[in-house]
Design a protein around this ligand. Sequence first.
Ligand SMILES: Cc1cc2nc3c(=O)[nH]c(=O)nc-3n(C[C@H](O)[C@H](O)[C@H](O)COP(=O)(O)OP(=O)(O)OC[C@H]3O[C@@H](n4cnc5c(N)ncnc54)[C@H](O)[C@@H]3O)c2cc1C
Length: 391
Amino acid sequence: MGEWANWSGKVDASPVDVVAALDEAHVVATVVEASARDVGVRCVGAAHSHAPLVPTDGLIVDMAALTGVYEVDRARGVARIAGGTRIADLGEPLRAKGVALFNQGDIDRQAIAGAVATGTHGTGPTLQNLSAGVRGLRLVVADGTVVECDADRNSELLAAARLSLGAFGVVTEVTLAVRDSYVLDETMWFEDLDEILDRVDELTNATRHFEFFWLPGKSQAVCKSLAETDGEPRYPLDDEGSRLAWSYDVLANDRPDKHTEMEYSLPEEAGPSCLRELRDLIARDFPDLAWPLEYRTLAADDVWFSSAYERATVTISVHQGVDQDDGPLFRACEEVFLAHGGRPHWGKEHHLTGAQLAEIHPRWDDWWNVRDQWDPEGRFLNDHLRRWRDG
Ligand SMILES: Cc1cc2nc3c(=O)[nH]c(=O)nc-3n(C[C@H](O)[C@H](O)[C@H](O)COP(=O)(O)OP(=O)(O)OC[C@H]3O[C@@H](n4cnc5c(N)ncnc54)[C@H](O)[C@@H]3O)c2cc1C
């Protein structure tokens, strides 16, 4: 194993150095140094991506020390946040200013710049992924200058780099959309999988967040809904039953068991048939799979590289233990996902080529053109990304 490894331990790297950035000036110096040494630069947030986005044989810049909420403008509905801030460290400082994130993923371990760089999302038919909430970025670009982009300044850079895959520069600040603080009430129940799939639109639209987890071999699935409420939050949290608490305490879960994951986004109408096909495939070819499938929804957005670009979406993810070879399972599931019009999650495993990605992402060329303007030498690319550009 190399000197650097991701959360699951399945992706590793042997960079010339891992630089723990101290502040923005240190990031600038590091990018200038990389240029002088002619090596690549890749950033790491919380290392929770399953895809080999971070590995480089150049410099890995660890952003863990650049944390904090710099400013909240409640009237405009935005917060300016240091790029390395973990989502877990946002809830309370934001609530102290009366605001909260619109949505979060299953866990809150990610750094905010890492989460938006891959289109991290939660569930909810009216809720978009975190990248869609990016209103501005401050980043150190390839020549070492600090650039700000928003709707008025360098707006094309913002359009592309909201979901950047770390390929535009080092993001030191993210300006993110926020809303007034809110309380969520969690309800969980078991239901027959076929019944869920028959009435999934009704279940999805009945509440702010709906999702279900289905364990292969079982006839039932665990459903979870979260509703916004005027109720008083109840602390300590009820970790055995249902939670009624500030949004960030209900949206975040523990996922301690190390695994790998593949997730595809599908047009919403394809969700139920895709899940049924996966169920048949797993029953036939992978009857011992002991990890659940997760089914969520996501509103359409206009983020160039989003898996929900211009379409209302269902996401389905498949997991495998780190001690097992996920290749046969993921490749077989991937065929089903692709047959249903799927787009892969950038932070999770997939096996698509650049040519396949270009076909399913309408803004593929635009994204690369803007990226190449800001980083003509490819300082912020690694082999994984370079292979896509080359087809
Ligand atoms: C247990 C678990 C649960 C998960 N749950 C969800 C979920 O519910 N929903 C979902 O959508 N995804 C989920 N994911 C995937 C995860 O949210 C994404 O992979 C996310 O990108 C990880 O964030 P990170 O901070 O660890 O980023 P990293 O994995 O460290 O980096 C991701 C990308 O961001 C870039 N990057 C990081 N920081 C910067 C920076 N400051 N400047 C420029 N580029 C940067 C990196 O170079 C890389 O390209 C989960 C992953 C795990 C392991």
